[in-house]
Design a protein around this ligand. Sequence first.
Ligand code: AMP
Ligand code: MN
Ligand code: MN
Length: 318
Amino acid sequence: MEWNLLDECKDARRIGIGGHIRPDGDCVGACLSMCMYLKKCLPQAQVKVFLEKPADIFHEIKGFEEIDSEFGEEAPFDVFFVLDCGEDRLGNARKYFPAAKKRINIDHHVTNTGCGDLNYIRPEVGSTCELVYDLIDCEKLDRELAMALYIGIIHDTGIFQYSNTTPATMEKGAKLIGYGFDFPRLIQETFYQKTYIQSNIMGRALLESIRFLDGRCIVSCMDRKTMQFYDAEPEDLDGIVNQLRNIKGIDCAIFMYQTDVLEYKVSLRTSEKVNAAEVAAFFGGGGHVRAAGCTMRGTFHDCVNNLAVHIEKQLENA
Ligand code: AMP
Ligand code: MN
Ligand code: MN
């Protein structure tokens, strides 16, 4: 490591932290744990987290209530952190990026080339929270900080299940639960638990799914009308694509939901036979080898046909 986190921030008065749009557990965990750590180590600094309003399931993480989702005018930050994404997916927080005196990008997306003056991009690591863990002084860990990091790690590794889980991930998980938070309840309430409506939507998405490419690929789509019928937000659709991926024989699962007229947010989950990041990157998105996403324009059928060309090519070469 060529730079030290606290050295880089030691003279800063105002520190900003931003993460990606539609923040997930890793993003919320990374932003709030970084905020807690910096406040603890640099009491003279003002530290502020800017994120689109995260799902309520994360409300127990310390600092959740202080997240700024208004994105008002701010004087230039001395240091601005971009966590779990690059500049392009900062959403409204992007406006603080150009004026910041020092920009630090910490991320694990293989498609991120590093947007900061200082970068710590490690695609081989399962979560940004793991990277934050690596960068902080473990002596400063406490129960709240540990819980925030743990939430990020479990969400991006599917509770230590996905192939991005390493012995080091497990060791960090072990150290973190040593701080004594109620991890079985956290896993249940932030990862597995669904509201009745969310379960209805999941059921509908599974029921309406279509297999193609000799049954190796599956797609399900939710249009705006259906989302309005259930009064569903994008966060209510989390987990659907993973459930599709669990179906026997599937090498590539696609879930898409309509974001505008002729526009869809697409999520991909794949087996080792398909590189999801490559497919998503072709359509201007990105992510990881087994989990990636993009936004596509066109009709549902156009989008699926365009995706199928790339997926089929990879399946043939596998
Ligand atoms: P999702 O399917 O939205 O859950 O995303 C799967 C993974 O790909 C997550 O790690 C996302 O952060 C990442 N991802 C999704 N959409 C994009 C995008 N447009 N650009 C880069 N990464 C993305
Ligand atoms: Mn994320
Ligand atoms: Mn992540």
